[in-house]
Design a binder for this molecule. Structure first.
Ligand SMILES: C[S@@+](CC[C@H](N)C(=O)[O-])C[C@H]1O[C@@H](n2cnc3c(N)ncnc32)[C@H](O)[C@@H]1O
Length: 199
């Protein structure tokens, strides 16, 4: 997946990384910032997604400008599936559309322009879920996705270290849920991995 990334994807990733970096130092207000994952997190979630079972949907909650989705599109291409990614803000939707059109990944990505929590009813079984939205909705997202995750499927929540206090209720709920094996991995901002066990 990582050895033959299309030049257009690399160029757009570089472009978005530069904007994200600039956002973080120039005082751009929070809701306008791209707030992307770093590249190592992109690689990490892609490696995990590539090993998820094929019998459910691959979803992302929080597209922003589509940087993390570009990493997941590498998986979609390899597995012959389509990632469904949810974004609520019109400015971010516009940027994400630009990202997907410029890089030619539209056949691997479906952008759903809606609040995930009101759209979750449209989702079937879930093989892979990357949760990277406002921290206030993590608990509700976990509650609505957990029962959809297929055995050996994975839910990953971003910001498990830098926003630990804000998402602690979700982390504690997942840790107490006997259907899941969970672990926080200290990569990027901290990735909280929940694997649906097979028993
Ligand atoms: C941290 S950013 C996502 C960054 C992106 N995953 C990346 O790494 O490139 C969070 C995004 O989630 C979106 N968001 C927040 N609440 C949402 C919701 N209820 N449904 C869909 N998207 C939501 C925000 O508008 C924002 O663009």
């Amino acid at each position: 997946m990582f050895t033959n990334i299309d030049a257009k994807i690399i160029a757009r990733m570089d472009y978005l990384q530069k904007i994200d970096l600039q956002d973080r130092i120039d005082g751009t207000e929070r809701m306008k910032r791209l707030r992307q994952i770093p590249p190592e997190t992109g690689k990490f979630i892609s490696l995990l997604a590539a090993n998820c079972p094929p019998d459910g949907e691959f979803i992302e909650i929080g597209t922003s400008a589509g940087y993390s989705t570009l990493w997941l599109s590498l998986v979609a291409k390899e597995l012959g599936i389509k990632i469904k990614t949810f974004e609520i803000l019109p400015e971010k939707i516009k940027l994400a559309k630009e990202t997907f059109a410029e890089t030619g990944v539209e056949k691997y990505v479906e952008l759903i322009e809606a609040d995930f929590l009101t759209s979750v009813k449209t989702i079937g079984n879930v093989s892979f879920c990357f949760l990277d939205a406002e921290k206030e909705i993590y608990l509700d997202c976990f509650r609505s996705v957990a029962s959809l995750v297929v055995p050996n499927g994975i839910l990953i929540a971003d910001n498990a270290i830098n926003h630990y206090n804000s998402i602690k209720t979700m982390i504690d709920l997942a840790l107490a849920d006997i259907r899941f094996d969970c672990l926080t991995v200290p990569i990027g901002k901290g990735e909280f991995i929940c694997r649906r066990n097979c028993t």
